[in-house]
Design a protein around this ligand. Structure first.
Ligand code: UD1
Length: 339
């Protein structure tokens, strides 16, 4: 069976391509290389022994999307990662985000709607919950007004899929709401490659330890949490990638209970920023240079997943610990910096 992975050269997409190939699927990747390099294909091949088919293409080119599907009638499923993901940039360039993240989704669903059968997995985010009232967060927690155009693209993206599924019975879709993906493949063949100064916590930590950044700023220690720093659910990217494979299998085997379903994908455990730093120090044996600064605008206090729905329905559970994930992130950073 052949699966299209859009954005398959990116952080989560590349790890998912690996897991798909290891589960016996054929993979075709579409990526415009705006935030990833073709050399990621070498890493995927290094791990799996197989180089996925690759089409360099921008999904904003509607005619190219049509051509791709007419030339690939054999594609059985689509996992759609291709999107822009920088919260701050989305505030500066909202139209770019709506075009990249929603225009492309509309084109893809348009193509899939014309097929006799279609299976579709969408990258959504726990950002749709905003600051949820209850922890852990279940899938029926209300979606809150988005804090940024990026967050809005995830909410509206889910609505676009839900509305399309309502009128397109043969379209089977699952949205996976990711919590905070971190880490890298244990082989160190692939990992996260942030462009410029990382906005996310873990790459900032590893770059600081590697001497690329002077120190980590911890955004606020006066939150109403046990140590005062924010709490998130950090999930190893390989666990997250595996969730895509089982979600896809659910659709291909017709085990889904509705033609549009939503799952939280996290570990179920919340960790504070200071706990993440301690984990890094433990696995690397290196003290981290950090200072406490003011809060970052838009940060929620706490977000971690109730994973019962994914456990029961997908038969999936995160297996790696925070230490495992931090170790893999550090191994990857050392490898790419030649340390
Ligand atoms: C962020 C995005 C979220 C997106 C996710 C993708 C924001 C507000 N949210 O989530 O929409 O889906 O990335 O991975 O940008 N921190 C520091 N110092 C740093 C960086 C982060 O203390 O230099 C803290 C943050 O305050 C937060 C935690 O680390 O408490 C995690 O931050 P981050 O990795 O940016 O993820 P989120 O903000 O949870």
């Amino acid at each position: 069976m052949k699966i299209l992975v859009t954005g398959g050269l990116g952080f989560i997409g590349s790890h998912t391509a690996v897991e798909l190939q290891q589960a016996g699927f054929e993979v075709v990747i579409i990526d415009n290389c705006s935030n990833a390099s073709e050399s990621v294909l070498d890493g995927i091949e290094g791990i799996t022994g197989k180089r996925p088919e690759f089409v360099k293409m921008d999904l904003r080119d509607k005619a190219a999307v049509e051509d791709f599907f007419s030339q690939h009638p054999e594609v059985d499923g689509v996992i759609h990662f291709a999107a822009s993901k920088a919260v701050g940039e989305s505030v500066e360039k909202p139209l770019l985000y709506y075009e990249n993240n929603l225009g492309t989704l509309v084109y893809l669903l348009g193509q899939l709607s014309t097929r006799p059968k279609a299976h579709f997995i969408f990258s959504s985010s726990c950002t749709v919950y905003g600051q949820a009232e209850k922890m852990p967060i279940t899938e029926d927690a209300p979606v809150q007004p988005a804090e940024s155009p990026y967050g809005n693209t995830k909410q509206v993206g889910e609505e676009i899929i839900r509305d399309t599924c309502k009128v397109t019975e043969h379209l089977q879709a699952i949205a996976l709401r990711y919590f905070n993906p971190i880490g890298a493949h244990p082989s160190t063949e692939i990992g996260e490659l942030p462009l410029g100064v990382p906005q996310n916590l873990v790459p900032f930590i590893t770059q600081t330890a590697a001497g690329i950044r002077k120190e980590l700023s911890v955004f606020g220690d006066d939150y109403p949490t046990p140590d005062g720093t924010c709490i998130r659910d950090y999930i190893h990217v390989v666990d997250l990638a595996r969730a895509h494979v089982v979600a896809l299998q659910r659709l291909l085997e017709g085990k889904n209970k509705a033609n549009y379903e939503v799952f939280n994908i996290g570990t179920g455990t919340g960790s504070s920023v200071l706990e993440v730093i301690r984990s890094f120090e433990r696995v690397s044996g290196k003290p981290l240079n950090y200072k406490i600064v003011g809060r970052r605008a838009g940060d929620v206090i706490s977000a971690y997943a109730d994973t019962m729905h994914a456990n029961q329905e997908l038969g999936w559970k995160a297996e790696s610990t925070l230490d495992d994930a931090m170790r893999s992130a550090w191994d990857w950073e050392k490898k790419i910096r030649g340390l």
